[in-house]
Design a protein. Structure first.
Length: 66
């Protein structure tokens, strides 16, 4: 029984680490879009949709992470 608990803890920590990596990558992408927007680089409609989806993904992952 204790092996099962240890495996569950290891699995939880692995999934949490993976989520931290995904949130970090998503944050970097969001930061890049913000910098491009500040520099007045032309952003197309499809890129705005991608930005919206990234923001949504970022907050959903933050919700599940903490």
């Amino acid at each position: 029984m204790s092996c099962l608990v240890e495996d569950m803890v290891i699995l939880f920590l692995a999934v949490r680490s993976l989520l931290i990596i995904i949130v970090g990558s998503t944050f970097k992408l969001l930061l890049a879009f913000v910098i491009l927007t500040i520099l007045n680089v032309e952003i197309s409609v499809s890129q705005r949709l991608i930005l919206f989806l990234l923001v949504l993904l970022f907050f959903v992952l933050l919700f599940f992470l903490f």
